[in-house]
Write a protein that binds this ligand. Structure first.
Ligand code: CA
Length: 221
C-alpha cells in the first residue's frame, strides 16, 4: 500500500514516515495542505493520513474540496483534539477514520490496513475528453491514439483541466492545484505551461482562453 502522511510536526512527521515504512508501507510525506493537494492528484495512494492542524489551514477544508472533486481515497485524520464534536466535523467533511493524539503506531497501522482493505476506492479512472485520453496510473496521454510526451507540470495542468472539463478554471486554481505554496502567483507560469500544452496537443485546440478568468478544456459540444 502506498500512503501519504500529511503532518507538519518536525518530529512526528518523520517518525510516522519511518514507522509506517518499517510496517511495510510505501510512504510519501507532505507538511502542508498545498503540498498534500499537489501529491494526491499526481500520485496514487491507498490511504491518506492527515494531521488536522497544518500551517496553511485546517485539513478538513481541503478534505471537503477533495470529496467535492471526486477524490475518494480513504482519509484518516489525526488531531490533538479528540472531542466528539471534532470527530463529527471530521466525518462530515469526508474523513473515513479519526485518531486522537497521542496514539500508538500499532493502532495507526491497524487502522490504515483496515481502510486499505475496504478497497471501495476505484483507482482514478482514465480521463477522456474528445479524442484526448489521460491515464493516471501510467501517466500516459494520447491524442487520437498518439502518445504525447509531457513534462510533469504539463501533465498536472492537463489533468486538472480534464478533471474539470467544460468548466472555467482560474490561473489561481491551476496554480494552487499544480504548483506548491512557494510559487509566485503573479508570474506567468500557468500561461507558459498552457502554451506548451497547446503545441503538444496540436489542432484542433481543446483549451479555450477565457479573458480575465483563465482556461477551459472543452469536450465535444
Ligand atoms: Ca500540526
Amino acid at each position: 500500500m502506498r500512503v501519504l502522511v500529511v503532518e507538519d510536526d518536525n518530529e512526528l512527521g518523520p517518525a510516522l514516515t519511518s514507522g509506517l515504512r518499517a510496517a511495510g508501507f510505501a510512504v510519501d510525506h507532505a507538511t502542508s495542505r498545498a503540498e498534500a493537494d499537489l501529491k494526491v492528484w499526481v500520485n496514487t495512494y491507498d490511504c491518506v493520513i492527515a494531521d488536522r492542524g497544518l500551517p496553511d489551514g485546517d485539513v478538513l477544508e481541503l478534505l471537503r474540496t477533495w470529496r467535492e472533486n471526486g477524490y475518494t481515497v480513504p482519509v484518516l485524520v489525526l488531531t490533538a483534539r479528540g472531542a466528539v464534536e471534532d470527530r463529527v466535523a471530521g466525518f462530515a467533511h469526508g474523513a473515513d477514520d479519526y485518531l486522537g493524539k497521542p496514539f500508538a503506531l500499532a493502532e495507526l497501522v491497524a487502522r490504515v490496513r483496515a481502510l486499505g482493505r475496504r478497497e471501495q476506492h476505484p483507482r482514478l479512472p482514465q480521463l477522456t475528453v474528445a479524442d484526448l485520453t489521460l491515464d493516471v496510473p501510467t501517466h500516459r496521454v494520447r491524442r487520437s491514439g498518439v502518445l504525447l510526451t509531457l513534462t510533469a507540470k504539463e501533465f498536472a495542468v492537463l489533468e486538472a483541466l480534464m478533471l474539470r472539463a467544460g468548466e472555467a478554471m482560474s490561473r489561481t486554481e491551476l496554480l494552487e492545484r499544480c504548483w506548491d505554496e512557494m510559487s509566485e502567483p503573479a508570474s506567468n507560469v500557468v500561461d507558459v505551461v498552457i502554451r506548451h500544452l497547446r503545441r503538444k496537443l496540436g489542432p484542433p485546440d481543446l483549451i479555450e482562453s477565457l479573458r480575465g478568468v483563465g482556461y477551459r478544456l472543452n469536450g465535444p459540444a
